[in-house]
Unconditional design. Structure first.
Length: 410
């Protein structure tokens, strides 16, 4: 049905000289494991080979041969957190216009690696990511025809053949050169594969480190990563904070029924709550205690800073702020909103530096905001649906052999 709508829209659009697209690159459908490759191929079959198609990908794309074959040029975001979407979109548009005006052809080189990059190690500003961009700079100096390089980290939570890391290159008028450069860069990346293996700090060690550290510590809850599709009601780290008395601490939870109860109790009053842990046992058990209802809000907030995903307005629905006598402050909300903005706290009276620890339900996306207030950030391996533990992910369709699960020669 969706593809039918797309095809009719294209056919009714009238004459179009070129196509600028923004596929994510990791979409999976029940009847199409490579959903982006599928719709891009259909688009190409409708518009013909002579119409340029240029697309931007998320750097978590699982790139396929079909995607590359359908497009003249594909380029991915270069930052994680994704802060360069505008810049990459501008570059894609510029390349498309240059191609139209010069009548030159863009070609994309593609090299897929038998390697899954652990989500914990996908921060582009950290040493393992910075090294890739150093290599890239050398190739620009060496290859005058090279106009773009994308290091695509892949999306390990998609159980498909295409899952994994890849390199994309774009050159003018020379498909063999494009593929040759992509292959050379992929071989270099492969030599550094151990640097992209997860470190896996568990909740006990993470909270112990937080207690030993100075200032405000951000604890990134990788197993309850809202941006990755988790329930947002995980309590595992909060229970450990209470156990090790790493307080005061802040926690955000998706818990609509408790928001309703807080509204009934009213600000300034106290009540017994059972918070979070309502989805399933692997995200933790509810936090049961007496809390003061500090405040009630409509849940709307705004942030004009450059944040992951480019959003500036947010709405987490009716929201309440609760505080226990032990020093645990919990914001409960009616809608899931990924923690990519400090305004999610500050707009509702929360001062981040009042806390020893802040539990942040994400991996990389929150860093652009929370690095401003956290003296240290620790990625915590928790057992939720978005766990970073490679060994806990059960695949049936991925390639084999593949790093880090099996030995791969070379």
């Amino acid at each position: 049905a969706l593809m039918g709508v797309l095809e009719r829209s294209i056919q009714h659009a009238g004459p179009i000289d070129a196509w600028l697209l923004a596929p994510h690159g990791a979409a999976v459908a029940e009847n199409a494991s490579d959903a982006d490759g599928d719709w891009l191929t259909r688009l190409r079959s409708i518009v013909g080979r002579d119409k340029p198609i240029v697309g931007t990908l998320d750097m978590h794309a699982n790139v396929s041969e079909a995607m590359v074959k359908a497009c003249d040029a594909l380029l991915a975001y270069k930052t994680n957190p994704h802060l360069d979407q505008k810049e990459r979109g501008i570059k894609a548009a510029s390349l498309l216009l240059d191609s139209l005006e010069s009548h030159q052809r863009l070609y994309t080189g593609f090299a897929s690696l038998p390697m899954s990059i652990n989500i914990e190690r996908q921060a582009t500003a950290e040493p393992q990511g910075a090294l890739l961009h150093q290599w890239e700079g050398r190739w620009y100096e060496r290859e005058s025809n090279l106009v773009d390089v994308s290091w695509v980290y892949g999306f390990p939570y998609a159980d498909v053949q295409e899952m994994g890391a890849s390199v994309l290159t774009i050159v003018w008028d020379d498909p063999e050169q494009a593929n040759s450069i992509a292959e050379e860069l992929a071989k270099l990346w492969w030599t550094q594969r151990e640097a992209f293996r997860g470190k896996m700090i568990d909740r006990r060690d993470a909270v112990k480190l937080a207690n030993q550290s100075e200032g405000t510590i951000g604890l990134l809850d990788m197993g309850d990563n809202i941006g990755g599709g988790s329930p947002g009601d995980g309590t595992i780290i909060a229970h450990e904070l209470l156990h090790q008395e790493c307080l005061p601490a802040f926690l955000w939870l998706h818990d609509p029924s408790s928001v309703q109860r807080a509204a009934e109790i009213g600000p300034g009053n106290f009540g017994k709550f059972s918070l979070g842990g309502k989805t399933d046992p692997r995200h933790g058990s509810p936090i049961v205690d007496t809390f003061e209802v500090v405040s009630i809000h409509d849940g709307r907030f705004r942030d004009n800073q450059v944040r992951h995903g480019g959003y500036c307005t947010y709405d987490q629905g009716p929201t309440a702020v609760l505080r226990s006598a032990k020093g645990l402050v919990i914001m409960i909300a009616s809608e899931r909103v990924a923690p990519v903005s400090l305004a999610q706290l500050t707009e509702f009276g929360i001062r981040p530096n009042d806390f020893r620890a802040i539990v942040i339900k994400g991996v990389h996306a929150p860093v652009a905001a929370y690095a401003e207030v956290c003296d240290r950030m620790i990625r915590v391996n928790t057992p939720g649906v978005t766990t970073a533990d490679d060994g806990a992910l059960e695949y049936q369709n991925r390639r084999k052999p593949m790093f880090p699960w099996e030995f791969v020669a070379g």
